[in-house]
Design a protein around this ligand. Structure first.
Ligand code: ATP
Length: 328
């Protein structure tokens, strides 16, 4: 028989992502609707180790659906990587009467949640929250859509100045080992070339592409470079290309952390609400050690171990092929 849950702890962990607040709101309000108490755990696993708990009522999540970042804050916690650290965290949860968890974060957060749940028999459900969109079991992660929109706004603005001055711009975007943001935003922004970690585009290939563009009278171009691309980053690529294209005025923009902030898009707000709601419903149904994700516009559960073990996210081949054709 499934043990009834009385008090749910919710935390955000790893890198912050727009939509985390909308998800916290959904967890709190669904929990309260189902007759549970909900406790916010501050600064991810660090707050669990340090007993930083805050009672959440329906009012405590008013006016946060539109906010980027996370009201619970987030942190990286090395102590939680050890058994002793997780034991301390579990004892704190017990003292507080927390008997189930919703953890919002990336694959590191999932790994910590899975270990804690297995070692101390506490139910956990995870929600994919990262702008990188690199988690197996969900077509989209919280924050990805907002980050893409931030990037295309930047591309559009840079294109104005690139076109006015006949410049070649290299724009580096986030994503760590994943080229999701680069591919999606590069496609949406009409980039002339996109360099991805998942695809071997050497400098020679890029130069050929840019030469073709110059031959067809393109006076300005934008190249999107994923931060995980193997060619050594935007500055290095720009330097190598400059050696071949003396006539081009070359500029580099690293978009950096502005991609992590901002008010979540409607897509991220609705996704966050759906997944937060589904996470609490899953706990109520007796599920544990699962990730709630979205697949084919349906909420689906995936075993945490399966999600963690398939962490080398694959970009869709057809999207990569299409982007190559459309960027010539
Ligand atoms: P992002 O994708 O934004 O980096 P993440 O959840 O992958 O998010 P991490 O820093 O990798 O971010 O992990 C968040 C926290 O999860 C870590 O600070 C640590 O407390 C916990 N964690 C990560 N890996 C493990 C592990 N192997 N064992 C136990 N806990 C872990």
């Amino acid at each position: 028989m499934v043990k009834a849950i009385k008090k749910i702890g919710v935390l955000t962990s790893g890198g912050d992502a727009p939509g985390m607040n909308a998800c916290i709101r959904a967890v709190v309000r669904t929990g309260i609707y189902l007759g549970k108490e909900v406790v916010g755990i501050k600064q991810g696993y660090q707050g669990m180790v340090d007993r930083k708990f805050v009672n959440m009522d329906s009012h405590s999540v008013c006016n946060i659906i539109q906010l980027g970042g996370t009201i619970l804050k987030t942190a990286r916690c090395d102590e939680f990587r050890t058994y002793e650290g997780r034991q301390k965290a579990y004892k704190n949860l017990k003292k507080e009467g927390i008997d189930a968890l919703v953890a919002i974060g990336g694959d590191g957060t999932f790994t910590g949640a899975e270990l804690l749940s297995r070692e101390f028999d506490i139910p956990v459900i995870c929600v994919p929250g990262t702008i990188d969109n690199d988690l197996y079991g969900s077509d989209f992660t919280l924050g990805y859509d907002t980050a893409n929109n931030t990037v295309i706004e930047a591309i559009d603005k840079i294109r104005d100045t690139a076109a006015s001055h006949d410049r070649l711009f290299f724009i580096e975007v986030m994503g760590r080992d994943s080229g999701c943001i680069a591919l999606w935003a590069g496609t949406a922004g009409g980039a002339e070339a996109i360099l991805l970690p998942e695809k071997d585009t050497g400098i020679e290939d890029l130069i050929q592409k840019l030469e073709k563009g110059a031959d067809s009278n393109k006076s300005s171009s934008i190249v999107i470079i994923a931060e995980g691309d193997k060619n050594g980053g935007a500055y290095h690529v720009a330097k190598l290309v400059k050696e071949k294209f003396q006539f081009y005025d070359i500029k580099v923009t690293i978009l950096g952390h502005l991609q992590r902030g901002g008010s979540p898009t409607s897509f991220d707000r609705v996704l966050a609400s759906r997944l937060g709601y589904a996470a609490v419903k899953a706990l109520e149904a007796g599920e544990t050690r699962k990730m709630v994700g979205i697949r084919g516009n349906r909420v689906k559960l995936t075993d945490l171990v399966e999600s963690i073990n398939n962490n080398s996210f694959k970009l869709e081949e057809d999207l990569m092929e299409m982007s190559t054709i459309l960027t010539i």
